[in-house]
Write a protein that binds this ligand. Structure first.
Ligand code: 5GP
Length: 120
């Protein structure tokens, strides 16, 4: 899928739109979700033009793949979630209801989250 350089997370990466930053390094930026679905709801996005895991898993260089996944773990640590745990979600495409076409992992926590999918 062609990457839309005007998507909201691209604008956040470029500094055109503000975010509530949690963590940043050369590979990734993490910030709080604007519409939290749990007491802790943080998004982690790679610094690169990838719509979703479909593109990222095939097209990203090894250094970015590694750095991005380390950044997800580091963000959770910064948030103090290692002990009680957290859920990672990366919606990809229409079946998963992906809204923003820039790869992002949701980190959800802050309370017991219940079963993974409630209305299967
Ligand atoms: P998706 O459905 O694509 O997996 O999730 C997109 C997420 O991005 C949603 O949870 C939504 O609340 C969040 N979001 C959308 N626009 C903004 C924004 O401008 N700032 C922040 N921080 N989060 C956003």
């Amino acid at each position: 899928m062609v990457y839309d350089t005007e998507n909201i997370f691209s604008k956040i990466l470029k500094g055109e739109i503000p975010c509530n930053k949690v963590y940043e390094d050369e590979f990734a930026l993490a910030f709080h979700d604007i519409n939290p679905q749990a007491p802790v709801h943080t998004l982690v996005i790679p610094k690169g033009e990838y719509v979703s895991m479909a593109e990222f898993s095939v097209g990203a260089p090894d250094e970015l793949l590694t750095g991005f996944f380390r950044a997800i773990g580091e963000t959770a640590r910064v948030l103090g979630l290692d002990e009680d745990g957290y859920r990672l979600i990366a919606n990809t495409g229409k079946n998963a209801h992906q809204d923003v076409p820039h790869l992002h992992f949701h980190i959800l926590s802050g309370k017991p989250l219940g079963p993974m999918l409630s209305n299967f």
